[in-house]
Write a protein that binds this ligand. Structure first.
Ligand code: HEC
Ligand code: HEC
Length: 337
């Protein structure tokens, strides 16, 4: 992960040959779609390997209101599976009825994550999970009190002891269990993937043209690369609010107003968009990139007026709609007593 990605290799990749039958072949002879093949397996870190019981425990914690001070909010209240693990609000409301400063990001596909939060202030999912439990505006819970509360639940004491023998209920193990569950939250195969795998009828011609634009004239691939459509980097794309994003963590001027590039899987279900939830539809997002952004010293050099016409804009939207998978419904876990 780098703060400002160089465009070198990709610039070569996106020079499409516009002659011949297909415009999806790059200058170096590759099919553009090859860079978007889904990985076969979920990666788990050596420090916190996958164990089924640990993931199950993590799921219980993710959906347990006892993790919040007022026992009224779960991680799933804001990261709701029905809204592709977001909550359809510009910014969510936390425990003391306080409006949060940023839009809830999805927890989909974070097993491949390199850094967490919009501003990258957490290095691992394990560390990230303990943030919202204690954050004043989110679950507002005191960690010592939470440990006491969970230790008073025999079902939890037993499960933690099974999964973490000799250690039991600790903040670190809460983080490990939740992170393991989160890594299992992966978007399923979408029509786009079927097309990448060779089914020409899986998506419309408009979506195919949109994919090509995404990789060429519209320059989206400069930051939204690979099967999950993110470089995990930080960029200022010229949104109008005053949030300084990554700058607040690193205090590097070039990173003012820079936020982590979100993946684009299941993006239609994830409206509204951006760290401030300021764009309501994918059409508004495309208009923003076309010519709606604010120019300022920290603006990414990849942000230039695109000159897309109405057909091209709707092709891009048609393409993004093919990234939604029909994921199985998530059933809530039975909580221990
Ligand atoms: C009140 C709403 C709310 C609750 C409850 C909540 N979150 Fe979040 N979550 C957010 C918001 C808002 C952000 C973005 C904050 C930021 O980046 O500054 C976030 C960020 C995250 C991220 C980072 C995603 C990324 O792409 O970097 C993860 C992971 C996450 N939350 C998991 C959890 C877990 C686990 C819990 C329960 C322990 C939880 N959240 C509870 C609203 C919430
Ligand atoms: C310079 C890098 C860059 C380029 C180029 C770029 N994006 Fe983004 N994209 C980002 C970043 C960073 C964000 C989050 C910005 C924020 O919230 O401040 C984002 C957010 C989005 C979102 C909203 C995601 C969410 O979870 O809210 C969509 C949709 C999107 N981009 C689509 C596109 C499309 C389509 C293009 C091409 C027309 C494009 N992007 C070009 C970096 C980029």
């Amino acid at each position: 992960m780098s703060e400002k990605k160089s465009f070198g290799i990709k610039a070569a990749m996106v020079i499409a040959l516009t002659t011949g039958a297909s415009t999806l072949i790059t200058a170096d002879g590759h099919d553009m779609r090859d860079a978007y093949k889904r990985p076969a397996e979920i990666p788990f870190p050596d420090e916190n390997p996958y164990v089924e019981d640990k993931a199950d425990l993590g799921k219980q914690l993710f959906f347990d209101p006892r993790l919040s001070r007022e026992n009224n909010l779960t991680c799933g209240s804001c990261h709701n599976p029905s809204f592709a693990w977001e909550d359809a609000q510009a910014t969510s409301v936390g425990t003391p009825m306080s409006r949060l400063g940023r839009h809830t990001p999805t927890v989909l596909n974070l097993a491949w994550g390199e850094i967490y939060f919009w501003d990258g202030r957490a290095e691992t999912l394990e560390e990230q999970a303990l943030g919202p439990i204690q954050a004043g505006g989110e679950m507002a819970q005191d960690m010592d009190q939470l440990i006491d509360e969970l230790k008073a639940v025999p079902g939890y004491v037993e499960r933690f002891e099974d999964v973490f023998p000799g250690e039991g209920v600790t903040p670190e193990n809460i983080g490990k269990a939740i992170a393991t569950y989160e890594r299992t939250i992966v978007s399923a195969q979408a029509p786009f993937d079927e097309w990448v795998n060779g089914d020409e009828d899986a998506i419309s011609d408009a979506a195919k043209r949109g994919f090509e634009l995404f990789n060429t004239k519209a320059k989206c691939v400069a930051c939204h690369e690979g099967w999950n459509f993110t470089d995990w980097g930080f960029h200022d794309i010229g949104l109008g609010d005053n949030d300084e994003g990554r700058f607040e963590v690193l205090e590097i001027d070039a990173l003012k107003h820079s936020f982590k590039t979100p993946g684009l899987r299941n993006i239609v279900e994830r409206a509204p968009y951006m760290h401030d939830g300021s764009l309501k539809t994918l059409e508004e997002v495309v208009d923003h990139y076309n010519d709606g952004f604010t120019d300022r010293p920290s603006l990414s050099t990849e942000m230039v007026k695109l000159g897309l016409n109405a057909d091209e804009k709707s092709d891009l939207v048609a393409f993004m709609k093919t990234l939604s998978s029909d994921d199985p419904a998530v059933s809530l876990p039975k909580l221990p007593n």
